[in-house]
Design a protein around this ligand. Structure first.
Ligand SMILES: [Zn+2]
Length: 323
């Protein structure tokens, strides 16, 4: 595999990415909410130290690269990630895109085709993040994140998908989604991207491991996407033993080249502040894949070659993109 991938510290050869977690977060924030209604749970230095400890634990567990899909809508702040990346033994890849399940902020109504300011800035934002870097930091995004959930592909979500498709077509950078498999949302996402002219091999349908519906998952896979079983440890949306069973089943069915595993975890999320997270899901870290999932696959007789395909080969192929 040739070429390089942009990480926070600069370009890394695709062949050197190593074991990669494809759908993670570090700090999920809402600066406006937190400024006006502080909970006292955020402390910059405490969170930095916790994240650094986490990255060191990940490196010790054999993980080389973490993809942080925290985009606008989830409080992306690149200087905070740069501070972490400067000391982290694990490569960090950051994303462009927009996270919304239904509507964009009002800024995108005044700035829209036919709006007061008759332009849609989304595609330009995404392409700038990939080509020039994010907000003057020089840090380039290497993946595009979109989301849809129980409301389906609303008008605003469709705008994000169209901008993501344009950015992918112009830059070759892959697309990763947040989907809701319980409404068969991945199929709607695939249909939309196909309409937009995107080759689905460059699209990862995220959160697919939250269902055990093999028929649904096979439809996603047969259409050419990679599927993310990317919420290990998130016990409010699924059961890890069932997720491992699903993963094993898909491997046995011959889909190992289209599977990625991850946690969708974070050190801090405004949406579930640490005190709540520690009470509800104390086990949900970024370490379950390396400490539990991969060892369980080995115990079940899955070959090292197949495990390597899922944790190293597939992420490398996806992040290499279509340039
Ligand atoms: Zn996520």
């Amino acid at each position: 595999m040739t070429g390089t991938v942009a990480t926070v510290r600069g370009e890394v050869a695709v062949k050197d990415l190593g074991a990669t977690l494809m759908h993670e977060h570090l700090f999920i924030r809402n600066p406006e909410l937190e400024e006006n209604y502080p909970t006292g749970e955020w402390d910059e230095d405490v969170m930095h130290a916790a994240a650094l400890a986490r990255m060191r634990a990940l490196a010790a567990a054999g993980i080389s690269t973490l993809v942080d899909l925290t985009v606008m809508g989830l409080g992306r702040s690149i200087p905070r990630i740069q501070r972490l990346a400067a000391e982290s033994p694990v490569n960090i890849v950051v994303a462009t895109g927009f996270y919304t399940q239904r509507d964009l902020p009002t800024y995108f109504s005044t700035h829209s085709r036919g709006g007061y300011i008759d332009e849609d800035p989304l595609a330009e934002m995404f392409i700038g993040d990939i080509r020039e870097g994010i907000a003057g930091t020089g840090v380039k995004a290497a993946i595009i994140k979109v989301s849809s959930d129980r409301f389906g592909i609303t008008d605003d979500v469709a705008r994000v998908f169209a901008a993501a498709a344009a950015a992918h077509q112009q830059t070759g950078v892959p697309i990763a989604t947040h989907s809701n498999p319980h409404v068969l949302g991945g199929l709607d996402q695939q249909a939309r991207f196909t309409e937009l002219g995107i080759d689905l091999q460059h699209v990862v349908i995220g959160h697919s491991g939250d269902t055990t519906d093999i028929t649904y998952l096979r439809r996603l896979l047969d259409a050419g996407s990679t599927v993310g079983l990317d919420r290990f440890g998130m016990t409010i949306t699924g059961v890890d033993t069932e997720r491992v069973d699903t993963l094993h089943q898909l491997i046995e069915l011959g889909y190992a080249e289209q599977l990625v595993v991850s946690h969708d975890s974070s050190l801090y999320s405004v949406n579930m502040a640490p005190t709540h997270k520690d009470r509800i899901m104390p086990e949900w870290t970024h370490l379950i894949v390396s400490e539990q999932v991969l060892p369980e696959l080995r115990r079940r007789g899955v070959s090292e070659e197949t495990i390597d395909q899922i944790i190293v080969g597939n992420p490398a192929r996806i992040l290499a993109g279509s340039h």
